[in-house]
Design a protein around this ligand. Structure first.
Ligand SMILES: Cc1ncc(COP(=O)(O)O)c(C=O)c1O
Length: 472
């Protein structure tokens, strides 16, 4: 920076800060660490900014409906926190978290048939911090991390920031293809490479909406044990099940000692609290604890005490049930709207819980382009590419059904359907070839060639029904 540059003179406080010019960026470029070259902002975060316009129907975010939580309950529990220990609520806390919160966490774990010694639990600032801390603890530049294809878009910037070499393994309606995972691990081993961890979201995957079947869960933990590999089990949605049989967590299965489990209060209670947790093998947890202390010393004492109070005095299971009932109804609205407004060549998952439906359009359409057109009609979704690190996913999109009401879901899906049909017609005119509809009875495509989550494609339906594909 030069002192004679007028840009450096003090700016009156009432004048808006100008946007960073190219020249400004160049000034700082020499200061940036090498790892920042790989840092990408999550496509979702950028999108959120665009979707803030009140007229936009956003099916893009992963927002729970926080309006379900009664304001008077929030006030009541917060005043109990203040009355019982305002000094503690306003004070630093131990990095590993408060004992009362660990009890609340154990209650959630038990509800999923799991449990943990409080010493094996680290309370974190959301589940997102767990992903960051696991990378911070395990990943050197160039290390392999195995993830699902597609994967949680919010994990992409974390993997990129730690310069991980992410290998994405295909999924189908039963979740991660563990057979393909084993082939991938063999191929990596032949190359002298061992992944630092396998990242999976077994329940109502974000963004795929699919759930890892029980046999695959068993095989996955066996594979981890046989090969002494760590699994990061990211499980924000396990308790948001609307139908079907709950499945055991990976950590609770035989061989689960190689699992780091990630949980969060974000989806079962509130993301505004920014409270999550990790349960991990002790040596890993100890390093994560040091990494967390370096990042933020401790997660908010105030929100930890709020959660502890709510779990003690409130009805967290009742609140969860209310959420499940609402999201189930909204999922059905979304599936019906997709039937009504999307072309027969599109396919989508039918999640038994969670927040998302993953839609795959005919080859030739690009959902990143489509998003710009959708935004001009005031509707937003997450384009599939956000869920890949290598540019795949162009024909897919993620839709959220928890964050907006039924009317907006119907109207949002209708508007996206219009844009999809327009693009299809354009493609048809340009190429003269109608888009390919892959019959469901084709042999499974080579997963290494698959560019999107391979779910059962909707084939000719003898009953004439246009139901979406099932993830069960
Ligand atoms: C799969 C997955 N992991 C982690 C997170 C991070 O959640 P939080 O940091 O709010 O706990 C999310 C949020 O949407 C998610 O979907």
């Amino acid at each position: 920076m030069t002192v004679d540059d007028p840009g450096d003179r003090p700016r009156p406080l009432d004048r808006p800060r100008p946007r960073a010019a190219h020249r400004d960026l160049e000034r700082y470029a020499g200061l940036f660490a090498a790892r920042t070259q790989n840092m990408k902002s999550s496509a979702m975060r950028d999108l959120m900014a665009l979707t803030q316009r009140p007229e936009v129907i956003s099916l893009a975010g992963g927002l729970p409906d926080t309006s379900l939580f009664p304001a008077e309950d929030l006030a009541k529990h917060l005043s109990v926190v203040a009355a019982e220990g305002s000094a503690r609520a306003l004070q630093y806390a131990p990095t590993e978290g408060l004992a009362e919160v660990k009890e609340a966490i154990r209650e959630v774990l038990r509800a999923e048939g799991d449990d943990a010694d409080p010493d094996d639990v680290l309370v974190t600032t959301g589940g997102q911090q767990v992903i960051d801390l696991v990378c911070k603890t395990l990943v050197d530049a160039g290390d392999v991390v195995v993830a699902e294809a597609p994967t949680y878009p919010g994990a992409v910037p974390a993997f990129a920031a730690y310069q991980a070499d992410v290998v994405q393994v295909a999924m189908d309606a039963d979740g991660l293809r563990v057979d393909v995972l084993e082939e991938t691990l063999d191929a990596l081993a032949a190359d002298g490479r061992t992944p630092k961890f396998i990242y999976t979201i077994p329940n109502f995957q974000n963004p795929g909406g699919v759930t890892l079947s029980l046999p695959r869960r068993r095989r996955l933990v066996e594979v981890a044990r046989e090969r002494e590999l760590l699994i990061l089990e990211d499980n924000p949605y396990g308790l948001l099940r609307f139908e079907g049989t709950p499945l055991p967590t990976l950590r609770s299965l035989d061989g689960g000692e190689f699992v780091i489990s990630l949980g969060t209060f974000s989806k079962i209670l509130s993301p505004g609290l920014r409270l999550g947790w990790a349960v991990a093998p002790h040596p890993v947890l100890a390093k994560m604890n040091i990494g967390k202390a370096a990042s933020d010393l401790n997660s908010s004492s105030l929100t930890q005490l709020f959660v502890a109070t709510f779990f003690r005095d409130g009805d967290w299971r009742g609140y969860l049930d209310k959420q499940c009932a609402l999201y189930c109804a909204r999922r059905d609205v979304m599936l019906e709207a997709l039937e009504a407004h999307f072309p027969p060549t599109a396919t989508w998952t039918r999640p038994e819980g969670g927040l998302f439906v993953w839609v795959t359009l005919p080859d030739g359409l690009d959902t990143t382009d489509l998003l710009a057109k959708a935004l001009s009609r005031d509707v937003a979704f997450v384009p599939g590419r956000a869920a890949y690190l290598d540019g795949r996913g162009g024909a897919s999109l993620r839709l959220n059904f928890s964050g907006v009401g039924a009317d907006d879901i119907r109207e949002g899906v209708r508007r996206i359907g219009v844009v999809v049909r327009e693009q299809l017609e354009l493609l048809d005119r340009l190429t003269g070839v109608p888009p390919v509809r892959r019959p469901a009875d084709l042999p499974a495509p080579d997963p290494t060639l698959a560019d999107v989550l391979e779910l059962p494609r909707r084939g000719p339906d003898p009953a004439g029904s246009r139901r979406g594909t099932s993830s069960s």
